[in-house]
Design a protein around this ligand. Structure first.
Ligand code: ATP
Length: 495
């Protein structure tokens, strides 16, 4: 089913999934606050991750490190010198763009247009595509059209060559791209003359590397093992937007999985994390496999320290976007921290007596983007015939049961019937010990069902006159996806 992102944005606000940040003050550019249901989805994804990767495995543990770190950490990680995007300005209307993303969108749109103009797979399409690819190869001498690792000179050459227009004033007069560091800088210290510059972390990973030795010294972790973390990261993005896709303050879930310093072992672990990532996302979070793409980086797209990188992409309504990067980073990070801190971060293998700097696989996932993905993936509009034989339609969020913010809605059919309400309350009190449950006594069963469908509640339990009959005692259990209703004994609901 096709729908655009605005549908999701509007529903997110109307149904309490996400609100514009600082709303009553007119908002803050592209900031979003999670509403009660968005917060619950976040918690569910975190909990599932904890069960899947930490609780049920012996080789991955948790950590919760600080957002503010010694500024030297950011020098060692390369963020001070290198964490920048290519900023380009329209000379006419002064609007700002990210040169690499502008090229990426342009190329994707162009390829999509080629695919539409001549049926995909037909000779014309292949010919047009090949011609375009050939032109680009001549321009770049490389195969990858949209790599972020193109030089600024190559990016500008491409923009001028293709005459990419400004989206605001339609002119084609751009400045040279220049480096723009994405880190938020702030000051630490009580009085102004004692202030020192400090950064809000742009990713959570460095907190893991700097605690590598602490973990080894204080736990029984032995290689191979992983350290996981979930937390806020901050990036002063040049072009935030697309709802919660690119924001300046967001959650990340990262794991650093340390292995032997041996490429064969590293590549095997890399492939295992790729497979695990797909399995969890489709089976545990319920994302449709067709909407996912695992895109391995080309050789010339890899960072100099990376042996292999794969982007997990999702088909958003406005095109493909990255959900997660999985990178085999070798021993780069620990080596950097050894050099900058002067501390020995080598590992002593208790079996072989070998001493070495471990290699690392890093599955780095955005939790804010994951929340957005579940909202998009679950969204459905459906026509059906109601109990009176009339055509009706509904919006339904088909969240996986692990993700659904509310698991059960308990509905007394007649809100003024004290006995009915008391029985419904009793069920609520029992179920809410283990699940997020909503008590819905609006008194209009049709409206309650529609509302619960929209927020994605898998089951509604309705208490009616039959429920109060001591010889019967059954309640109605309605399932969200097929709207089927069955009667079951109240005490048979698993508490
Ligand atoms: P992009 O190319 O989209 O800017 P990136 O390659 O810079 O992403 P990473 O540094 O690999 O992203 O960060 C890991 C994950 O963190 C991303 O896959 C994404 O899910 C999430 N992420 C990164 N930047 C943002 C942001 N500004 N807003 C929301 N999530 C983000």
């Amino acid at each position: 089913m096709w729908f655009n992102l605005d549908t999701i944005v509007a529903r997110a606000k109307r149904r309490g999934f996400a609100y514009p940040g600082s709303d009553i003050y007119g908002g803050l550019a592209n900031a979003r606050d999670l509403g009660p249901y968005g917060t619950e989805i976040k918690r569910n994804i975190e909990n599932n991750r904890r069960t899947y990767f930490i609780q049920s495995r012996e080789d991955v543990i948790w950590l919760d490190s600080q957002i503010l770190m010694n500024p030297k950490v950011r020098e060692a990680s390369g963020h001070v010198g290198g964490f920048s995007d290519p900023l380009i300005d329209c000379k006419k209307c002064k609007s700002r763009e990210r040169a690499d993303k502008m090229i990426e969108n342009y190329v994707n749109n162009k390829l999509e247009k080629l695919a539409k103009d001549s049926k995909k797979g037909s000779d014309t399409y292949i010919h047009a595509y090949d011609e375009y690819q050939k032109d680009l190869n001549e321009l770049y001498w490389v195969n990858n059209l949209i790599s972020e690792s193109r030089t600024f000179e190559q990016q500008k050459k491409f923009i001028d060559w293709e005459k990419i227009k400004c989206g605001k004033c339609w002119s084609c007069d751009w400045t040279e791209p220049k480096k723009f560091n994405l880190m938020f800088k702030t000051q630490q210290g009580i009085v102004e003359w004692e202030w020192t510059d400090i950064y809000l972390r742009p990713e959570t990973a460095q907190g893991i590397f700097v605690n590598f030795k602490n973990i080894l010294d204080t736990t029984r972790s032995r290689i191979p093992f992983g350290i996981a973390q979930i937390g806020k990261s901050f990036r002063n993005e040049i072009t935030p937007g697309n709802f919660m896709f690119r924001v300046r303050e967001f959650y990340q879930m990262e794991i650093e999985y340390f292995v032997e310093n041996n490429e064969e072992v590293g590549l095997k672990a890399f492939e295992e994390w790729k497979a695990l990532s797909k399995k969890r996302r489709t089976e545990e979070i319920g994302i449709k496999e067709d909407n996912l793409k695992f895109r391995d980086h080309d050789k010339d797209e890899l960072s100099f320290y990376s042996k292999w990188t794969c982007d997990v992409e999702y088909l958003f309504p406005r095109g493909r976007g990255e959900l997660q990067g999985i990178a085999y980073r070798t021993d780069y990070d620990l080596k950097q921290h050894m050099q900058f801190s002067g501390k020995d971060l080598q590992y002593n293998d208790p079996h072989t007596g070998k001493r070495y700097i471990p290699h690392v696989i890093e599955p780095s996932r955005g939790l804010t983007r994951a929340i957005l993905t579940t909202m998009i993936d679950a969204y459905d509009e459906e026509k059906y015939t109601d109990g009176n034989g009339n055509e009706a339609s509904r919006v339904v969020a088909r969240f996986h049961k692990n993700v659904a913010p509310i698991k059960f809605a308990i509905i007394p059919l007649v809100k003024k019937d004290e006995k009915m309400v008391a029985m419904a309350r009793d069920i609520f009190n029992k179920l809410s010990k283990n699940y997020m449950v909503e008590f819905d006594d609006s008194g209009n069963i049709g409206k309650s069902y529609r509302r619960q469908d929209e927020i994605g509640t898998p089951y509604c339990i309705t208490v009616d006159h039959q429920s109060l009959d001591p010889k019967d005692g059954t309640v109605t259990l309605r399932t969200r996806d097929d709207m089927k209703q069955i009667r079951i004994k109240a005490e048979d609901i698993v508490f």
